[in-house]
Design a protein around this ligand. Structure first.
Ligand SMILES: C[S@@+](CC[C@H](N)C(=O)[O-])C[C@H]1O[C@@H](n2cnc3c(N)ncnc32)[C@H](O)[C@@H]1O
Length: 252
């Protein structure tokens, strides 16, 4: 593969410049609704927050995790089977965390580095009546979590496009799209396993817009392996993009 002057791959699908342009287009979208509908439910959307209705990735994450909450009002159907505790890193508008609670997770912590996203998740927790089970937290990965907390599932639908290591975010929304030098991914790979219960799983939603060979090298450097648990190809505009659910395990 040819290499751009930045040292990053020149593939248009993996270009951070194109991802940042997609971010800007979403931020400035004239008709971006303040309330959108997804999986038969209405959701609030605040400025500077990743818009689940402009990308297939939120719905793919729901499919990968098997989160298919009934659209019946809370308490109207049979209680779903308990799935334990979940930590969602990067909750954005909160769709995955809220539907996790409605699909059987007893307790969900929804963390995001973007304060607008934390407020947005709070709005959707209230809208869907799951405040007894879901807590929104402002946190850079695991930094703000009580040290003794453990989870059966740790999940991040990440900002998997690689940007140059010295790239400085121009706004909060860009943190949903690119990760300079994969610094956050490196920390996630190294630290996520410390937050699981025995037998718990660390899951990362990644895609072919990201640099999987580099991610595998980073995982190996901190004693981790990456297993592909699910994959699905979708068209995103002109680009065929393969979405992946990776499990981060101790090195095999
Ligand atoms: C692709 S978006 C996914 C949003 C949401 N989960 C969804 O599926 O709609 C990635 C999210 O990760 C968050 N994020 C990026 N870096 C983070 C970090 N270091 N700690 C916590 N959250 C982070 C972003 O703010 C963004 O909300």
């Amino acid at each position: 593969m040819s290499t751009a002057p930045t040292g990053l791959p020149a593939s248009p699908t993996r270009s951070h410049v194109r991802s940042l342009a997609r971010c800007e287009a979403a931020r400035t979208h004239q008709d971006l609704p303040r309330v959108f509908t997804l999986r038969g439910r209405d959701w609030d959307l605040l400025d500077e927050v990743f818009a689940p209705d402009l990308s297939p990735s939120t719905e793919l994450a729901l499919d990968f995790l098997g989160l298919s909450a009934p659209s019946a009002p809370l308490g109207a159907g049979p209680a779903p089977v308990s799935r334990g505790r979940m930590l969602e890193i990067g909750s954005g508008a909160g769709v995955v965390s809220v539907l996790a609670a409605l699909s059987g997770y007893d307790r969900v912590v929804a963390a995001d580095i973007n304060e607008h996203a934390v407020r947005n998740t709070g709005l959707n927790i209230a809208r869907h009546g799951v405040g007894d089970r879901v807590r929104a937290v402002h946190s850079d990965l695991f930094a703000a979590l009580p040290p003794a907390e453990r989870f059966d599932t740790v999940f991040w639908s990440s900002n998997y496009v690689l940007a140059p290591g010295d790239y400085v975010y121009r706004n909060d929304c860009e943190q949903a799209f690119v990760d300079p030098g994969y610094a956050a991914h490196r920390r996630f790979l190294a630290e996520a396993g410390n937050w699981t219960t025995p037998g718990g799983a660390v899951l990362l939603h990644f895609s072919s817009r990201g640099d999987l060979p580099l991610l595998r090298r980073l995982a190996a450097s901190c004693g981790r392996s990456l297993l592909v648990r699910r994959s699905q190809e979708v068209r995103e505009g002109e680009d065929p993009v393969e979405h992946l659910l990776l499990e981060v395990t101790p090195a095999l």
